[in-house]
Design a protein around this ligand. Structure first.
Ligand code: BMA
Length: 857
């Protein structure tokens, strides 16, 4: 038997100070200082700017602990530091035992001969990551590009040092994140004691999995101090397997072939159950004089996953999609960033809130983006549980990195630690080398990329590229093929394919590989380009918005509620962001009537943009097989591309995404004088139904109705009908009508879609009278809304925290809409809840109307 104990009682201080203060472990200096009242809320106002001294000095943590008698009796004692951020020397009873220099690695030491009976002292000295890395920059003699490193804010001028540290890139600031370069013990410190045998690792390697049969190998790493026999037993559900082996002192890699007939497969959300098996491995070892036992459990799901990149018949491009258990899956979701600047603040509950929100919005994939962290096990457990596939980046983003031997070895060990930690999670369907570095550097294309190359001589360019290749084309793929061969490695996102020439680098016109399309937003192209710039797999595209009023008030006072105020600017990290929001708003929306209206409009604008993109991607199925918008979440309260803000509040985008990602989508697109109506379905069987087309004018009058039998196709997109717009409008003005398309399935399922022929700005809305029938049922608030005229983007604001089953929807006269209020209490599903008082608003009262329209209304 082994014993485990967590060392969690710590104090801390700045190395230069005398007084120790209580610390929280896992945690970091910033959160400890805040808890001690030594600094003010880092997210409030412009406080971020005043807290930049913290990363310039050294900090220390200490703990004294006693190991129990049971512990001391065991032969081997080990300390495992699951996460030290970042440059840390660890002393046990004044002896140096670890010199850490990588936040992402696990540091383990045998302390059998150092641990004492009674009190033991642990001390960890964290050297300033800035002071540590500045000399490296000097020694290098040139600056490596690091586009998002906010060194100026950090008081370092142009000296960007983030690339030297194997530490979460976003700590140094990003275009949605503040600069807080943390230090501390960010994952548990664990003391383990054992004798005889210890199972270190159980990996269920999935060789071949179908619904008939799962052929697996359980790869078990076992340490022994004895010479003798071991019986290894593996069980799951009502099955078990055995293996016997001879042990010598040392490390043993044992493999046990396993076959499970008719396995219950793990499916992504929407396709079936995300079934998981719990495997228990038990080792019983005997040697003269004693027997020893060790136990380990892992949970995994059985599935086969392939990334299919097959050349098109014409040879002009290649597919890019995930095949899960033989089924091509259209990936629907978003890019995930760390949920907090201070990552140890993210509880299991907060992780669940995010993954549950993804599930609720009909997503089936999240991309863990390479500028954050390898998330803790709990995040992947939740993705496993809810059937959310994970595209996992290694932690490299938008920068060039050093290539010295020490750096490479450090990265290699980081990859090994994390791949071994995560490879049993069925949700992980891809490992990706980095974010955007291949396309930013664009080695083979002089004119492409972000201009980085220009600063370097031909010789240095070759050197930097060869350093790049060592990590992303050799080291990382080698780790994956050795440790997690059943899942594909993709060198960079985006990339066309590894051609070694100009064709390699991702661009918005390619028909191969994955695509980041930032023409809309960074290049100020119109939203309509989302319908043209269509790749095989859209792994990034996005548009910013402001969080809601309550969230803004968490960091800004009333007199700062202006986007040009100091505080509001400090909470917009994309230099051009506020101007861009305004510019697009001027293009697509009428003018807002107030600051609150501006916030509302910014959310609707973002949601409209993402809706247009998602639907274009899905309509283009199977050419396009993935749509992951930028970005799912926030790490502090800020204006950003997120669909859910820092406090977990859903923006308009998240409600829109829920509709646009629904298993069955009706979507219409105008092309020249035609309106094309598509039915897109992720379901595996076709079904029959009727499509109703109703034309209403904005005053609420039904002008004409037609219907037609239709088929919802199996796992594909189908153009159901093309109609002449002129015939459809029948003389009505485009500014005054909406086409309501309703699918009514044979089974009674209803899916509705509204098509407007002009943008929000030109739409002539009438003042709605929205009637709200409120039922404060005991279980929670249920309301039914109806309107006398067409009411656009109706938003319900509840007094209490929670989310609505639907929000930011359009009301069509004669079609009442019922929604329920839900709250999240940390459990597996939302619960119906009381909303408290409710405010109902719509587009009409948030915008300035032309005087004619007002007179009309
Ligand atoms: C993509 C991401 C991030 C960035 C976002 C918005 O390039 O990979 O680096 O935050 O765009 O600019």
């Amino acid at each position: 038997m082994s014993h485990t104990m967590f060392i969690d009682s710590w104090s801390f201080k700045a190395t230069k100070d005398e007084t120790w203060m209580p610390a929280q472990v896992p945690g970091c200096v910033h959160t400890d200082l805040l808890k001690q009242g030594r600094i003010s809320d880092p997210f409030y106002g412009t406080n971020e700017h005043d807290l930049q001294w913290i990363d310039k000095i050294d900090w220390e943590y200490k703990s004294s602990f006693e190991a129990s008698e049971a512990f001391m009796k065991e032969e081997i004692k080990e300390l495992h530091f699951h996460g030290l951020d970042t440059y840390a020397n660890v002393y046990l009873n004044d002896q140096l035992i670890v010199e850490a220099d990588n936040m992402f690695r696990i540091w383990s030491v045998d302390v059998s001969d150092k641990l004492k009976d009674g009190k033991n002292e642990l001390k960890i000295v964290f050297r300033s990551p800035i002071q540590e890395d500045l000399p490296k920059l000097k020694a290098l003699g040139y600056r490596l590009p690091a586009s998002n490193d906010q060194s100026v804010l950090g008081g370092l001028g142009e000296d960007q040092v983030s690339i030297f540290a194997r530490k979460a890139p976003y700590h140094y600031g990003w275009d949605w994140g503040p600069r807080f370069v943390t230090s501390g013990i960010w994952r548990p410190v664990e003391l383990v004691a054992w004798s005889g045998v210890l199972i270190r690792d159980v990996y269920i390697d999935q060789l071949h999995v179908t619904s008939e049969k799962a052929e697996l190998i359980a790869r078990i790493q076992l340490d022994s101090t004895i010479t003798g026999k071991v019986v290894l037993q593996l069980t799951t559900e009502d099955m078990n397997w055995n293996l016997q082996a001879e042990l010598q002192p040392g490390t043993h890699e044992l493999s046990m072939p396993i076959v499970i007939d008719s396995p219950k497969l793990w499916w992504s959300r929407g396709l079936g159950d995300a079934h998981r098996y719990t495997f228990t491995a038990e080792a019983v070892a005997e040697q003269e004089g004693g027997s020893y036992k060790s136990l380990q459990q892992v949970k995994t799901g059985l599935r086969s996953v392939k990334l299919i990149r097959k050349r098109d018949a014409e040879g002009t491009g290649a597919s890019f999609y995930f095949e899960l258990n033989g089924i091509p899956v259209f990936a629907k979701g978003a890019n995930h960033i760390p949920n907090d600047s201070f990552i140890t603040e993210v509880t299991e509950e907060r992780y669940r809130a995010e993954v549950l929100a993804a599930a609720e919005a009909n997503m089936n994939m999240l991309r863990v983006w390479g500028g954050g962290i390898y998330e803790p096990n709990v995040f992947y457990d939740l993705c496993d549980e809810y059937g959310i596939m994970v595209w996992q980046d290694f932690m490299f983003a938008c920068s060039m990195y050093p290539g010295d031997e020490h750096f490479l070895q450090n990265v290699k060990q980081e990859a090994i630690d994390n791949v071994k930690r995560l490879r049993n999670h069925p949700s992980i369907v891809l490992w990706c080398g980095n974010n955007e570095i291949d396309s930013a550097w664009a080695h083979y294309d002089e004119d492409a990329g972000w201009g980085w190359k220009k600063a370097f001589s031909a010789e240095l360019r070759e050197k930097l590229w060869s350093d790049y290749e060592k990590i992303f084309h050799e080291l990382l793929p080698n780790v994956i093929s050795e440790l997690h061969a059943s899942v594909e490695y993709w060198p960079s996102s985006p990339i066309v394919s590894l051609t070694g020439n100009k064709e390699q680098h991702g661009n918005p016109d390619t028909n191969e590989g994955d695509m980041h399309y930032w023409g809309v937003w960074h290049n100020v192209e119109p939203f309509e380009n989302y319908q043209i710039k269509l790749g095989r797999f859209m792994s990034e595209y996005g548009f910013q918005s402001f969080p809601e009023y309550r969230t803004i008030r968490s960091f800004a006072e009333e007199d700062e509620l202006d986007i040009s105020s100091k505080v509001m600017k400090a909470h917009q990290k994309n230099g051009d962001g506020n101007r861009l929001i305004k510019q697009y708003m001027d293009l697509y929306m009428k003018q807002p009537t107030s600051f609150k209206s501006f916030l509302y409009l910014s959310q609707v604008l973002q949601a409209d943009a993402m809706k247009m993109a998602i639907e274009a991607h899905r309509r283009k199925m199977p050419y396009c097989m993935g749509s992951l918008y930028w970005q799912m979440n926030d790490c502090w309260p800020v204006a950003s591309w997120s669909g859910i803000d820092y406090y977990g509040r859903w923006k308009a985008l998240h409600y829109y995404a829920k509709r646009s990602f629904a298993p069955l989508l009706i979507s219409a697109q105008e092309e020249h004088d035609q309106l094309h109506v598509y039915i897109v379905s992720d379901r595996l069987a076709p079904s029959k139904g009727v499509l109703w087309l109703e034309l209403f004018n904005t005053s609420g009058k039904l002008i004409r109705t037609t219907s037609k039998e239709a088929i919802s196709p199996a796992n594909s997109s189908q153009l159901s009908e093309s109609i002449s717009i002129a015939a459809l409008l029948d003389g009505q003005r485009k500014e005054e009508v909406v086409l309501v398309i309703t699918w009514i399935g044979e089974d009674g399922e209803r899916v509705r879609y509204e098509h407007y022929f002009v943008k929000n700005q030109q739409l002539e809305l009438k003042k709605p009278t929205i009637v709200v029938k409120e039922e404060h049922a005991e279980e929670g608030t249920v309301i039914t809304l109806s309107s006398d005229v067409v009411a656009k983007q109706v938003v319900l604001i509840a007094e209490h925290e929670g989310m609505w089953s639907d929000n930011y929807f359009d009301l069509i006269p004669g079609k009442p809409h019922t929604v329920t209020f839900m709250s999240y209490d940390g459990s597996a599903q939302y619960r119906q809840a009381q909303a408290g008082s409710i405010t109902v608003q719509s587009m009409f009262e948030h915008v300035v109307h032309s005087s004619a329209a007002i007179a009309d209304a």
